[in-house]
Design a binder for this molecule. Structure first.
Ligand code: GLU
Length: 480
C-alpha cells in the first residue's frame, strides 16, 4: 500500500453458520482500523461452499453486524464500485482469472481420480509425511476436453514464502511443503483460497486482519498474488479466542454466537467493548466507548497471546453499560424485549420505569421483566398471594387505607413530596416506615422486591398508585 493511500479493509464471512464471537471480533478490528484512518470497510459474503451456505445465515450475519453498529461502506444492501459483494455472483470474474492462469501455465487441469488421490494420501500418512498432491498432472498440459477435472494452481517447488505478519512478525513457509492446491472444483465451483485473493485484489484491499486459523492459507494466497502480478495486502493473524479452560472457544463453553447474546439481552456496546479487550489492550483500561476504541485502536497493541473468554467479565462490562448509557438508548434497546413480553408502554413512561430498575439488572431482558409490573394495567397486576398473606393483614390494610386517604389529597406527586407526607404521617402515629413500606409495595408492584418505594410511586403517578392501592386492599380482603 502506498503511503498516502487510504486503507481498505473487509470482513468476509462465510454464511455457513451464525455470526460467531470470533468472527465479530475480526469484523470489529477491521472496522476499527478502517474508521481510525478514514478508510473504507467492506462486507463481502464468501458463499463458495454451496452446500453449507444459507441465505438465512446471510440475513443473520447482516442483522448482527448492524446490531453491533459495525456499518459497512461497500457490500450487500449497500452496493459499491466493486459489486456484487457475494461470491456466488462473481463467477464471471473467477472464470476469466482461471482461463488466464491456465493460459500462462500458472495453473493446470488435473484429472486424477478420487481413488488415486486417496491412495497418495494414505501412503504419505503411512510414511509419516504430510499428505500432498504429487503433481501427477502438473506437466501434462491437459486441455479443456480432458473430461471431468479440477484446476490446480502451480505452486513454486522450491524457495520460501515469507509472510510479514502484522501481529506475529515474519513467518517463513517452505514452498515444497505446499500443495498444488485446487482453485476450481470438478463441479465448476471455486475454492476459498483462490477467490479470496481475486476479490481482495479487485476490491483494492490493503490489509487483512483475521484469525490465525487462516495462517496456513496465507502463503498459498501470497503465491497467487505473485502469479497475478499483484501486490498482496498486509496480513495480520490474531490468536483465536479460547474458552476459560484454554481450549478453543466452542459451544461447550456456552453461547458463542452474537445472536445468542443479543437474544439474552446483552447490550451491543458491552459486547463490542468486551470483544475489543479480547486480544487488544490500551493500558489497563477496561471500559471504552466506541469512539474511544476508534481513537485508541492500534495494530501494535494486538496481543500475541490468545484472549480467554470470561462470562463474568462480559457481565461486568454489560452491567457497567446498563448503568451508564443514556436512558433513551437503554429504552430503545429494550423495545424488542417489551414487545416480546406483549408490553406496549408509552415511551416516556417506559424510560422512567426502566430507569428505576436498570442498576439492579443483569441485562435488558432481566430489566424488562423487573419493570414489567409498571406496564400492566392496574386491575390486572399479578399479586404474590404469599406476600399478600404476610404483609396485608387486617392491621396493615387499615394503615394503608388511612395513608391512602392522606395521599389522595396530595397535589404534587413526586419522590420528595411523597417522602415528606409519608414520613410526617408515620411520625404522628409513632410508626416506622417498615410498617407500611411492604404493604404498599405489594399493592403497587404485586411483589416483595422492587425498586425504591418512593420512586415507584412517582413513576406510576398518583392515579395509578392509588388505584393499585385500592385494588390491593380489595383483593387482600377477598383473600382473607
Ligand atoms: N470466508 C473466510 C472465513 O469466514 C474469510 C477468511 C479471510 O478473512 O480471508 O473464514
Amino acid at each position: 500500500m502506498s503511503r498516502n493511500q487510504k486503507p481498505r479493509l473487509r470482513f468476509a464471512p462465510s454464511p455457513t453458520g451464525h455470526l460467531h464471537i470470533g468472527g465479530a471480533r475480526t469484523a470489529l478490528f477491521n472496522w476499527l482500523l478502517a474508521r481510525k484512518e478514514g478508510g473504507t470497510f467492506i462486507l463481502r459474503l464468501e458463499d463458495t461452499d454451496r452446500e453449507r451456505s444459507r441465505p438465512e445465515f446471510e440475513d443473520e450475519i447482516i442483522r448482527d453486524l448492524r446490531w453491533l453498529g459495525l456499518d459497512w461502506d461497500e457490500g450487500p444492501q449497500k452496493g459499491g464500485p466493486h459489486a456484487p459483494y457475494r461470491q456466488s455472483e462473481r463467477g464471471a470474474t473467477y472464470q476469466r482469472a482461471v482461463e488466464d492462469l491456465l493460459e500462462r501455465a500458472q495453473a493446470y487441469r488435473c484429472t486424477c481420480s478420487m481413488g488415486r488421490l486417496d491412495a497418495i494420501r494414505k501412503e504419505a500418512m503411512a510414511q509419516g509425511r504430510n499428505p500432498h498432491y504429487d503433481g501427477h498432472c502438473r506437466d501434462l498440459h491437459l486441455g479443456p476436453d480432458c473430461g471431468p477435472h479440477v484446476v490446480r494452481f502451480k505452486m513454486p517447488q522450491d524457495g520460501t514464502t515469507v509472510v510479514q505478519d502484522m501481529v506475529k512478525g515474519p513467518i517463513f513457509f517452505e514452498n515444497q511443503e505446499m500443495d498444488d492446491f485446487v482453485i476450481r472444483r470438478t463441479d465448476g465451483g471455486y475454492t476459498y483460497n483462490f477467490v479470496v485473493v481475486l476479490d481482495d485484489h479487485h476490491m483494492g484491499i490493503t490489509a487483512v486482519l483475521r484469525g490465525d486459523d487462516h495462517l496456513s492459507n496465507t502463503p498459498k494466497q501470497v503465491q497467487l498474488y505473485e502469479a497475478l502480478g499483484a501486490l498482496p495486502p498486509r496480513f495480520g493473524h490474531m490468536p483465536l479466542i479460547l474458552g476459560p479452560d484454554g481450549k478453543r472457544l466452542s459451544k461447550r463453553h456456552g453461547a458463542t454466537s452474537v445472536g445468542a447474546y443479543r437474544d439474552m439481552g446483552y447490550l451491543p456496546q458491552a459486547l463490542l467493548n468486551y470483544l475489543a479487550r479480547l486480544g487488544w489492550a490500551h493500558g489497563d483500561q477496561e471500559i471504552f466507548t466506541v469512539d474511544q476504541l476508534v481513537e485508541f485502536f492500534s495494530l501494535a497493541a494486538i496481543g500475541k497471546a490468545a484472549g480467554r473468554w470470561s462470562s463474568e467479565k462480559l457481565d461486568w462490562v454489560n452491567q457497567y453499560w446498563m448503568q451508564n448509557l443514556p436512558i433513551t438508548e437503554i429504552s430503545r434497546r429494550a423495545a424488542p424485549f417489551l414487545k416480546e413480553m406483549d408490553l406496549n408502554p408509552d415511551p416516556a413512561m417506559a424510560e422512567a420505569a426502566l430507569d428505576t430498575v436498570r442498576s439492579r439488572s443483569h441485562d435488558l431482558r432481566d430489566m424488562v421483566s423487573r419493570a414489567r409490573f409498571f406496564f400492566l394495567s392496574d386491575n390486572r397486576l399479578e399479586m404474590d398471594p404469599r406476600a399478600m398473606r404476610k404483609f396485608l393483614k387486617p392491621a396493615a390494610i387499615q394503615r394503608v387505607e388511612e395513608l391512602a386517604a392522606e395521599l389522595s389529597i396530595l397535589e404534587s406527586w413526586n419522590q420528595e413530596s411523597l417522602e415528606d407526607v409519608i414520613h410526617g404521617w408515620l411520625h404522628q402515629r409513632d410508626l416506622k416506615l417498615k410498617s407500611i413500606a411492604q404493604p404498599i409495595r405489594i399493592c403497587v408492584t404485586g411483589q416483595r422486591v422492587g425498586p425504591g418505594l418512593f420512586e415507584t410511586l412517582e413513576v406510576l403517578g398518583k392515579d395509578r398508585s392509588l388505584a393499585r392501592i385500592r385494588n390491593g386492599i380489595r383483593r387482600a380482603r377477598e383473600q382473607a
